[in-house]
Write a protein that binds this ligand. Structure first.
Ligand code: CNA
Length: 245
């Protein structure tokens, strides 16, 4: 691993602009299961829990299956991979992180240039009257065994992007811009199968950037990568951090 760590460190030091795309695999060492990896959520439930039409028809289906994942998210702490990205931002300032994750762990680790492509549980909205709530309200009502509801009686929808919904325009625009300007693109912990997020590395490749992938398991960009590192994200990041200091 050490030769790969050294190579990764020099890629970071040589880069002028770094675009990072993260997925669920960066947060598995923080105790949040991914979707498609070993032991992932899809081994237990069908992907249609995140289908927007299904949510409107039967919100209890989503809430009963997602409760376990919410418990993980609520208690999760950043791991060395999140801290590495925050350290690079602090040391060099030339990095943006676009994340498919909805767990808020990049911000908890100290990253500031973060674009949440799939939203987060920080906020929720009433699907009837549009009133905004803090994410904690969803957690609280779920713990009381209820389907989270607004004062008006409408169901609350967490501010996450379901299948069938558009991505937040700002996050997508800023991500495309950052990827298009980068000379180094790093993908961490994503199988790169969910679009449009998975199209972002292509913008970096179009700009002539080197694409490096830190992921255990296949991704749809393996063939286009300058280098693929198949190591646990936390162990690898810890070693990178030691050399960066
Ligand atoms: P995914 O398709 O589940 O892929 C994750 C990838 O990471 C897989 O290839 C795994 O093998 C790999 N992996 C898992 N753990 C590690 C590890 N410790 N070291 C190295 N590699 C690892 O997830 P994607 O992010 O690509 O899919 C996008 C979905 C997942 C987005 O819509 C997310 O919102 C959604 N998601 C987010 C979270 C979260 O916020 N933490 C959790 C689960 C799912």
């Amino acid at each position: 691993m050490i030769e790969d760590v050294k190579e990764f460190v020099s890629l970071i030091k040589d880069a002028k602009k770094i675009f990072v795309l993260t997925g669920a695999g960066i947060s598995t060492p923080s105790g949040i299961p991914d979707f498609r990896g070993k032991g992932g959520l899809y081994e237990k439930v069908s992907p249609d829990i995140f289908d927007i039409n299904r949510f409107y028809e039967e919100p209890s289906y989503f809430y009963s299956h997602v409760k376990e994942m919410l418990d993980y998210i609520k208690n999760a702490k950043p791991n060395p991979a999140h801290y590495l990205l925050a350290s690079i931002e602090r040391l060099y300032g030339n990095i943006t992180v676009s994340t498919q994750n909805i767990d808020g762990l990049h911000q908890k680790a100290g990253s500031r240039n973060v674009f949440e492509l799939h939203g987060s549980f920080e906020k929720a909205f009433c699907i009837r009257c549009g009133r905004e709530y803090k994410g904690e309200e969803v957690f609280k009502q779920l713990e009381e065994g209820k389907i989270p509801r607004c004062k008006c009686g409408g169901v609350l929808k967490p501010n996450i992007v379901f299948f069938g919904e558009p991505l937040p325009e700002d996050a997508l625009y800023e991500s495309i811009k950052s990827a298009s300007e980068a000379d180094l693109a790093i993908v961490i912990g994503s199988s790169l199968v969910i679009y449009p997020a998975a199209s972002l590395p292509q913008y970096a490749l179009n700009n002539g950037a080197k694409l490096v992938i830190l992921n255990i398991g296949e991704t749809s960009y393996d063939a286009y990568s300058y280098k693929k590192y198949e190591y646990p994200v936390d162990e690898f990041s810890k070693k990178v951090m030691e050399l960066l200091k």
